[in-house]
Design a protein around this ligand. Structure first.
Ligand code: ZN
Length: 178
């Protein structure tokens, strides 16, 4: 297994739409293993392949306290949804930022597992929110897209400024060491 590099907003690669997985083989299972390890290490409760620059429709999630309930969803689609709920969401591609996002309270998801078997799953609570968030990533959507344009632009500028300042610090530290 390997830890994968997580893309950080506003990286344009987060906007790429992921392609469906045609056959679930060992290479797909390897991606799932690496994604799971990356998600647990972050730590996070969900990760979409898009976030690790793999543009295929694969997500992993584990919303359990004990971190022993890993779910891998390949080619997930939402076929039914109920209710509305607003949750303060975080995202591994937006470190340090949480935003309130309105989503369906409960969803029925059709997907394939890591062995290629199709299944339907009813998810509610935090798992429902997580799956909707991750499917958004596969479609090139990031949670800031739920903000008004004004708020999104403001946040984008703030993040870019912080990233710039962060990289300047890093360069200076390297210089000191060498
Ligand atoms: Zn995310």
């Amino acid at each position: 297994m390997a830890l994968l590099n997580i893309l950080v907003y506003p990286d344009p690669r987060l906007r790429q739409r992921a392609a469906p997985v045609d056959s679930v083989d060992d290479s797909v299972r390897k991606i799932i293993d690496d994604m799971a390890q990356t998600m647990y290490a972050a730590p996070g409760i969900g990760l979409a392949a898009t976030q690790v620059n793999i543009h295929r429709r694969i997500i992993v999630a584990d919303v359990s306290q004990e971190k022993n309930d890993l779910r891998a969803l390949i080619n997930p689609t939402i076929c039914d949804q109920f209710g509305e709920t607003e949750t303060e969401e975080g995202c591994l591609s937006l470190p340090g930022i949480t935003l309130p996002v309105m989503r369906s309270e409960s969803v029925t998801v059709h997907a394939q597992d890591q062995y290629g078997n199709s299944f339907d799953m009813v998810a509610d609570g935090i798992l429902a929110v997580c799956i909707q968030h991750e499917i958004d990533h596969l479609d090139g959507k990031v949670m800031v897209d739920y903000l008004s344009r004004l708020k999104r632009d403001r946040l984008r500028k703030r993040i870019l400024r912080e990233q710039r300042e962060g990289s300047i610090t890093a360069v200076e530290e390297t210089a000191t060491v060498s």
